[in-house]
Design a protein around this ligand. Structure first.
Ligand SMILES: [Zn+2]
Length: 373
């Protein structure tokens, strides 16, 4: 029915979210914005000043199940505010909370379901409503990759007056990207935009849990590194592989090359489908830092060597690492929470005024960029 309603009444279609952050929406009180990145093992929190600066960060262990997720989120909010101390107290109460979660998120309802790592099943959990009740602030809930992309956009230096345009490619247990295109979040018609991990790259390849064969995720995710270079001592596979390759082990060098070529293929998929200006590498594997970036850029250059077409796209120059000194996804969640879902944050939101009739046009970020590599 929703499609019918939207089609019949275009004015009711929500305006797209501006992913960049021009600051508090006019007419809404400036205040502190908290962002949470809820993962299977930990919840990261970031506290943003009205100017968009990160005032404090916190990290609390995640607890599975709906009650555990809600309690952990509340604890993370209180923790990060406490850490900011007087700096936060002088700026007033927390006005908005943005939350990034894995699983199937309904941003309109502020709910999440099918988040296996969080112990959430078929039944939607009304996360925004429950957190708004507990915290007395407006709450927005979004997909974890979307908030990561928004965080990367917030931290991206302005590029000559053009809106931010990037994909955040998460190299974790799985492989997927969040998209901010021309300054706006792209979720997709079914929320599947950026799910490039399940683009099949080898029709004869191994079976993927998604039911297809030879999915890109089987070659380019963090789990793929563990399959490529098993570590009996519990050391993270990417660290062990890249260390062995750097030490001159020819098998490791070959495996590193295969992995980098697969990540490079993911970069190609993103650029050739939506032509993003930047592809930001994030997720666990990206903690390798410069050696990963160099290997992926090398692979992209090799793949472009025989193709003037690919060479003309400058793929290697588009790839960069996510900043490693701030929790990018938590920052993005805070930015989205402050903007509010379509301009008005959800839930019992006494500190947040109703949505403005028209969102401001996206503008470029003016913030200084901390720590891009
Ligand atoms: Zn698959």
């Amino acid at each position: 029915m929703r499609e019918l309603v939207d089609a019949a009444a275009p004015a009711a279609v929500p305006a797209p979210l501006a992913a960049d952050d021009p600051g508090p929406v006019p007419g809404r009180p400036a205040g502190l914005a908290v962002g949470l990145d809820i993962g299977g093992t930990k919840t990261l929190a970031a506290l943003l000043s009205p100017a968009g600066d990160v005032l404090a960060q916190a990290r609390v262990p995640s607890t599975p199940g709906a009650d555990g997720v809600v309690a952990g989120a509340v604890r993370a909010v209180r923790d990060v505010v406490a850490r900011a101390g007087d700096a936060a107290a002088a700026l007033g109460p927390v006005a908005s909370v943005g939350v990034g979660v894995p699983g199937i998120v309904d941003p309109d309802a502020g709910s999440v379901r099918h988040a296996v790592n969080l112990g959430l099943g078929e039944e939607p959990v009304a996360l925004a409503e429950r957190l708004a009740d507990a915290l007395g602030a407006g709450v927005v809930v979004e997909n974890d990759l979307t908030v990561a992309a928004v965080g990367a956009a917030h931290l991206t230096p302005a590029a000559g007056g053009r809106p931010v345009d990037l994909a955040y490619l998460a190299l974790g247990t799985g492989l997927a990207a969040g998209l901010v295109l021309d300054g706006r979040v792209r979720r997709g018609a079914a929320g599947a935009a950026g799910e490039i991990g399940h683009v099949p790259v080898d029709p004869q390849g191994p079976y993927c849990p998604c039911g297809q064969r030879g999915c890109l995720e089987l070659y380019a995710s963090g789990s793929a590194v563990a399959a490529l270079w098993p570590t009996p001592d519990g050391r993270p596979a990417p660290v062990a592989l890249f260390a062995a390759a750097a030490a001159g082990d020819p098998d490791a060098a070959a495996a590193r090359g295969r992995y980098a070529a697969a990540v490079a293929a993911a970069v190609r998929v993103l650029v050739l489908s939506v032509d993003v200006r930047h592809v930001v590498l994030g997720g666990g594997v990206a903690q390798l830092g410069r050696p990963l970036l160099d290997a992926v850029r090398r692979a992209l250059d090799e793949q472009a060597a025989t193709s003037p077409f690919l060479r003309s796209l400058g793929l290697a120059e588009r790839v960069r690492l996510a900043p490693d000194h701030v929790p990018v996804a938590a920052v993005g969640a805070a930015v989205l929470g402050r903007r509010g879902r379509d301009g008005g944050a959800r839930g019992a939101a006494p500190a947040v005024a109703p949505a403005p009739a028209h969102l401001p046009e996206p503008v470029d970020l003016q913030e200084e960029s901390p720590g891009w590599k």
